[in-house]
Design a protein around this ligand. Structure first.
Ligand SMILES: Nc1ncnc2c1ncn2[C@@H]1O[C@H](COP(=O)(O)OP(=O)(O)OP(=O)(O)O)[C@@H](O)[C@H]1O
Ligand SMILES: [Mg+2]
Length: 430
């Protein structure tokens, strides 16, 4: 049966807010709407101005809505990993049913029981990800439902973040008039799909270089094990160019996109381009190699900081190497420089979906796919509440018929294990 589920993801980044509307059919994603607007009010991945952020979110949502001619109700929200902490948790329950068959209810209860670990008052739960289930000492079970047993255990990772960070993000989304379907730690959702199974199992660092921050996420034995955020990103490159070339920020950003190169040895020295100088009539001429030195210095410093983080995380080795994404991954020569400094294999990740073939969309795409994966695991299907009423469509893109039908089906309230976050959100919005 071809069942299509609709999802809307929201990635509140320091450079831009991204909104994706995606249809998931038989496990494959089809992006049908995109909103991408410059963000205001976010620095280094954290919200510093609520009103400005709300306005930016509204604009991005509006852009995506216009593409499909429907209003957006509910989003899958990414939470930045600033101040995130991962804790190992365990849960144990006795199997309930008389015939000892493990059911959805047992699964719910064992995940619940793993949540009893007390969370300090200044922190809040974001996600609880099962690593393995154990049925009567038989371990490494991915899904225990349908198995026969007496005792069900679960090993998992609890991801928490600072209450302040989370509540400010939630406040902005709420003020933008949106409901939240699920929340996920950004690198959990994006890394999970950017890395291959082998990479996740062998030990790989997933690095998202955004505008104001760089997020490092390490996956080992198939799971996210470490996260860390450095307050450095592409905006620093723009600022450096603007200062050294004495050119306005907007020009510096353009030059970075058009001529930017991260690796001095490979940058071209032949072609010169003109750069306007602040407060002067004349223009200066520079080569790509010249600006690659400015960009390279900052990025070298960034990768040195990444190495320090690896050391701090106690990583001995990364057999799967490094995978880089985020807007800055588009910069020419970036992988060469990363290889040179990190001394390991480096590949770049770009999501391969029509309309979002940009590394900057890695998080927004990951959020949709992660939500869909969990919905499948927990059988949370049966309707779509992501979209609401019809809006006046853009001239060239009338609302697809299918969504009109779906919009009328109201999602039943499906209490789920991983809906714990949602429960908490309800509490928050009361
Ligand atoms: N072609 C390009 N060349 C160089 N840099 C680029 C290019 N395209 C985008 N960038 C840079 O990527 C950065 C934005 O990346 P991204 O959209 O991933 O950030 P963000 O998610 O908004 O920010 P963050 O994750 O830090 O909160 C900006 O600094 C932008 O200048
Ligand atoms: Mg980002």
């Amino acid at each position: 049966m071809n069942q299509t589920e609709l999802y809307v993801s929201l990635d509140i980044g320091s450079s831009s807010i991204k909104v994706l509307i995606g249809e998931m059919t038989n496990g494959s994603l089809n992006v049908i709407g995109v909103g991408n607007v410059k963000s205001n009010g976010i620095r280094k991945g954290a919200i510093v101005d609520i009103d400005a952020t709300v306005q930016s979110i509204k604009k991005a949502i509006d852009q995506a809505e216009r593409m499909i001619g429907m209003s957006i109700n509910e989003v899958v929200l990414g939470i930045p990993a600033n101040q995130a902490m991962l804790h190992h948790v365990k849960g144990v329950v006795a199997v309930n049913s008389e015939n000892r068959e493990i059911t959805d209810d047992d699964l719910d209860r064992v995940i619940d029981s793993a949540q009893v670990m007390s969370i300090p008052p200044e922190r809040e739960l974001v996600n609880l990800v099962p690593k393995q289930f154990v049925v009567d000492h038989l371990d490494e079970i991915k899904d225990p439902r349908g198995m026969i047993g007496i005792r069900l255990e679960m090993d998992g990772t609890m991801m928490t973040t600072s209450k302040t960070i989370l509540h400010n993000v939630l406040r902005c989304v709420e003020r933008a008039g949106l409901q939240i379907r699920e929340i996920y730690l950004q690198p959990l959702a994006s890394g999970y799909f950017a890395l291959s199974e082998d990479e996740k199992n062998h030990g790989t660092a997933f690095i998202d270089i955004g505008g104001g921050s760089t997020t490092i996420a390490v996956f080992q034995d198939g799971h996210l094990t470490h996260t860390s955020v450095l307050p450095v990103g592409g905006d620093h490159l723009t600022k450096d160019l603007s200062i050294v070339l004495k050119t306005p920020t907007e020009q510096a950003e353009k030059i970075k996109h058009q001529y930017g190169h991260a690796f001095y040895d490979d940058a071209s020295d032949d072609e010169l381009f003109e750069v306007p100088v602040i407060g002067a009539e004349m223009k200066e001429q520079y080569s790509q190699r010249y600006i690659s030195e400015i960009i390279g210095v900052r990025l070298e410093e960034l990768f040195e900081l990444v190495l320090e983080e690896f050391y701090r995380m106690g990583l001995q080795d990364l057999p799967g190497g490094v995978v880089i994404t985020g807007g800055v991954a588009k910069l020419e020569g970036l992988s060469q420089l990363a290889r040179h400094i990190l001394q390991t294999r480096v590949r770049l990740y770009t999501p391969e979906y029509i309309g979002v073939r940009e590394p900057g969309y890695a998080t927004a795409v990951g959020l949709i796919r992660y939500a869909h994966m969990e919905d499948q695991f927990f059988n949370r299907f049966g309707g779509n509440s992501a979209l609401g009423q019809s809006k006046k469509p853009e001239q060239q893109s009338p609302a697809p018929k299918k969504q009109k039908q779906q919009m009328q089906t109201k999602e039943e309230d499906k209490e789920s294990v991983m809906g714990k976050a949602r429960k908490f959100l309800d509490k928050f919005f009361e």
